[in-house]
Write a protein that binds this ligand. Sequence first.
Ligand code: ZN
Length: 263
Amino acid sequence: MLLKRYRRRRLRARELPPDWRRVLERNFLHYRLLPPDDLRELQGHIQVFLAEKRFFGGAGLEVTDEMRVTVAAYASLLLLHRETDYFPQMRTVVLYPAEYLAPYREQDPSGVVIEGYQVRSGEAWQRGPVVLSWEAVLRDSARGRGCRHVVIHEFAHQLDYESGGAEGTPAIAGRVPQDEWTRVMNAEYRRLRRTALLGRPTLLDRYGTTSPTEFFAVAVEAFFMCPQELHRRHPELYGALRAFFRQDPARDWSPAPGTDAWG
Ligand SMILES: [Zn+2]
């Protein structure tokens, strides 16, 4: 443990190679938004992340430094401002060139099993890898593309898994009172389902209506991609996430990276 901490401290102190910095300038929307202290902290996290996680290419993809640095940067946004163990259950990132087909099996409440294949842009396994479509990563890293980001989404799942399950309740010890967290998340989840059912426009992606764990991941995407809008339209949800992440992007970043005003 001591050795690990020492090694990580040394990695964090390293200067980022100029090539990697250019990748951040090009692909990392938050590069010009983060306050200098946060950017320094983030660059340290990128070093640790890339030293500890292994990347594999699927479907013949050759993984480049651009891919590794881009994924590490968005994942590291979720780690700022707190003691972190760098997604300890996840050691591997698998990248596909584009959306990919994954086998799918679901049982509905009456016991009927539906099997088939599903097109995916990413997934996060409990005690397993994060899988991503590089095309989707680049698409979500373009300006003004809205409140979604596949890397933020999948690593939000990894935070959720750290608490032992996938219920949309990450380990929040000491950051937010548990009953307050549960109240806000349940209320906002129900609100999104109701609004989606009525066919009204939603800020949060409707994929969040699938389950509490997907709701959490979608809310985290909006927190980092459209913080001002999330703050304005869902102040309680924003407040819970601000306390959890110990970051206040609606106050500190302007304008938000997911909006047309950005850039
Ligand atoms: Zn998901």
